[in-house]
Design a protein around this ligand. Structure first.
Ligand code: ZN
Length: 138
């Protein structure tokens, strides 16, 4: 794993939280993106070299809706940048981690992503993400 790519935060109301985080971080979000397959709407903030992703559920089916019900708002996942997501998924599977998807899927912000079950990582939901551009240029 290369570095922390972003930290994901579950919020109830993306618009309100965008204003709050703009005040907190001193910068406005640089994009809003809906991920239909995940039933979430996301926004991204760039803070120096780091990124913060806010996630709002767009339907009750969303994992974010379930998370908010159980735990309320807060840090939802930590995403790590990887060069080769398939190789990294293979490595983690072999090491005994439970992956939430067998194949990389298209996530927000032009990434291929895979999640690791929090039960196999001390309660932390870990996301792997690889730039799609990088994959295409290989
Ligand atoms: Zn994320």
């Amino acid at each position: 794993m290369d570095k922390i790519e972003h930290i994901g935060i579950a919020v109830k109301n993306l618009e309100e939280s965008n204003r709050l985080f703009e005040k907190l971080l001193g910068v406005a979000h640089y994009k809003i993106e809906e991920v239909l397959s995940e039933h979430v709407k996301t926004s991204f903030f760039q803070v120096g070299p780091n990124k913060i992703e806010l996630l709002e559920a767009t339907s009750e089916k969303s994992a974010i809706a379930k998370y908010l019900d159980r735990k309320g708002e807060g840090i939802h996942h930590i995403a790590f940048a990887v060069e080769d997501i398939k190789a990294e998924m293979e490595r983690l599977k072999t090491a005994g981690f439970r992956l939430l998807n067998d194949e990389p899927k298209k996530g927000a912000d032009n990434k291929l992503v895979c999640f690791i079950h929090p039960k196999s990582a001390n309660g932390v939901l870990v996301e792997l993400c690889q730039d799609i551009d990088k994959q295409l240029s290989q």
